[in-house]
Design a binder for this molecule. Structure first.
Ligand code: ATP
Ligand code: ZN
Length: 286
């Protein structure tokens, strides 16, 4: 039988959809029946284990799954020592100290002797210790934001992505103490065959992730503006240039970082670029 590598993915929650999207973009398909715990993929020797995110580091440590996609926060909080093979960039959030309105916050020192409610006591304690602050963690598994109001904590350390939940509970974000996004973790003792499968999978993931941050642009340009345009585009290699029938004009194509896209676009327009075509890139390698 063909060997497979197994991946633990969150069954349902903030990580699920993006984890599966990434895997699908790697050309790996599967029948996503949400009721099943396990599924086998087509297009790659991969099998899935759909579980709660909190359990993923443990499953990977025990070899129940070979690899997993989990928030860095859950991994760090688990205290396990696994291989972190990629930061996948999605599901980003921050662990922040939030205090009730009127709390005079001026840095972590303000938390000295206070009770701080959190679902991440390990991460919080590490940061407090690093900053020589001694405070009492109050460990709760959910609804951290109500603990101040109900009187069991003076402040909280909780995950935030927008801050609206905090505001609704009379709290203010005081300081971000830790950042997280989804990571891929792997059991450190994979055999050679599984390691080779992981390497193949990571190559696909890298190609997808790199393409996600780029746009492909194609435009016509007066030939004498070529050097200036190349400087504007920058990036990996010099752009591809093809002569046009129209004398004195060339066609230029290149990948551009999405973050710089509009700046590049405007500067190319200013150089006289015409017929600018912009395309999404599905996959790419360096
Ligand atoms: P499960 O039922 O699997 O235990 P959960 O309720 O613990 O799910 P989710 O709320 O789905 O978990 O969050 C999963 C991960 O998404 C978090 O551990 C974190 O890494 C990330 N995340 C991104 N934004 C936020 C946010 N605003 N609040 C909480 N987690 C966030
Ligand atoms: Zn969870």
């Amino acid at each position: 039988m063909e060997r497979t590598i197994s991946i633990a993915v969150q069954k349902s929650g903030r990580l699920s959809e993006k984890s599966l999207d990434l895997i699908k973009a790697c050309g790996i398909d599967f029948s996503a029946d949400s009721r099943v715990l396990k599924a086998t993929a087509s297009g790659f020797p991969l099998s899935f284990l759909f579980v709660r995110d909190d359990d993923i580091p443990q499953y990977v440590a025990d070899g129940v799954a070979d690899i997993g996609i989990v928030g860095r926060n859950e991994y760090d909080e688990s205290g396990m020592e696994l291989d972190v093979v990629r930061d996948l960039g999605f599901a980003s959030c921050r662990l922040s100290i939030a205090v009730p309105r009127g709390f005079d916050y001026h840095g972590l020192k303000s938390l000295e002797g206070k009770r701080i409610a959190t679902s991440y006591p390990r991460i919080l304690s590490r940061i407090l210790t690093e900053n020589n602050v001694s405070a009492t963690p109050v460990v709760v598994s959910g609804s951290v934001e109500i603990t101040v109001d109900v009187g069991i904590a003076d402040a909280i350390a909780d995950l935030v992505s927008t801050g609206t939940t905090l505001k609704m509970n009379g709290l203010e974000e005081a300081e971000c103490i830790y950042r997280s996004s989804a990571i891929m973790i792997a059991n450190p003792d994979l055999d050679d065959e599984k390691r080779a499968l992981l390497t193949r999978l990571l190559e696909r993931i890298d190609a997808v992730m790199m393409a996600r941050h780029k746009k492909y642009i194609l435009f016509n340009l007066p030939e004498d503006k070529l050097d200036e345009a190349a400087a504007v585009i920058g990036g990996m290699k010099s752009p591809t240039v093809t002569p046009l029938m129209d004398k004195g004009w060339v066609s230029v194509q290149s990948a551009v970082d999405e973050s710089r896209f509009w700046a590049v676009f405007e500067r190319l327009r200013a150089l006289g670029a015409e017929g600018i075509l912009v395309m999404n890139i599905e996959k790419m390698t360096e």
